[in-house]
Design a protein around this ligand. Structure first.
Ligand code: GRF
Length: 213
């Protein structure tokens, strides 16, 4: 059985969805950079070991990342799962876990890297928005894409309503990506894209607004 460590910074709803998805894996630990992260209590309720590596207690990014990797490595994970982990990681850290570090981002990458994705999607007037699970590489929000889910952007949407619809999809696709990982079905090609072995093919096309006919 694969062993994972989940890194969080806040409420941890993606972490919770993973814990409740009955995946064929062991969550060895949940680690937060913030002692106040709400997700820590949720993890404890599920009987998962928790650790805090407070970024404020470290002089710089490199020192924090070294302390973080020491905690992670103690659990010998096959995969490190970023689930709302809001710290930018150094190249050294990312390279240490190359191919075994994944993230969820609340946009259809490569659009809207970085923060405030829902506000920026609304401002840009895109009609389709969504979320992406990807392998992490040193360039922020640019690693090989594993799975994406799209939602229609509605005329009536606020940042809050759009975020909620995207979040529901995040919870679905993160568990799916982890299941593929556990089953050994994720392959990074020499071109730096991801192939899902024996994938079921594309979902139906989404046009938004809907076509007239
Ligand atoms: C999610 O939208 C995730 O994509 C982003 O931060 C949010 C974290 O939410 N990186 P949660 O802590 O998993 O509830």
């Amino acid at each position: 059985m694969k062993n994972i460590v989940i890194l969080i910074s806040g409420r941890g709803s993606n972490m919770q969805a993973i814990l409740e998805a009955r995946l064929p894996l062991t969550v060895a630990a949940v680690i937060s950079n913030d002692p106040k992260a709400g997700g820590l209590a949720t993890a404890q309720k599920h009987g998962i070991a928790t650790r805090v590596v407070d970024h404020r207690a470290h002089a710089n990014r490199a020192a924090f990342d070294t302390a973080l990797s020491t905690e992670i490595d103690a659990f010998k994970p096959d995969l490190v799962v970023l689930a709302g982990f809001m710290r930018i990681l150094t190249g050294d850290f990312v390279n240490r876990y190359r191919g075994r570090l994944i993230n969820i981002h609340p946009s259809l990458l490569p659009s809207f890297t970085g923060l405030d994705t829902h506000r920026r999607a609304l401002e840009a007037g895109v009609k389709v928005h969504g979320c992406t699970v990807h392998f992490v590489t040193p360039e922020l929000d640019h690693g090989p894409i594993i799975i994406q889910a799209a939602v229609a952007v509605l005329e009536s949407d606020s940042e809050v309503t759009l975020a909620a619809r995207v979040l529901a999809e995040e919870h679905r696709i993160y568990s799916q990506a982890l299941r593929w990982f556990c089953d050994g079905r994720l392959e990074i090609t020499p071109q730096g894209t991801v192939t899902i072995l024996a994938a079921r093919g594309a979902g139906g096309a989404l046009a938004s607004p809907a076509l007239d006919s």
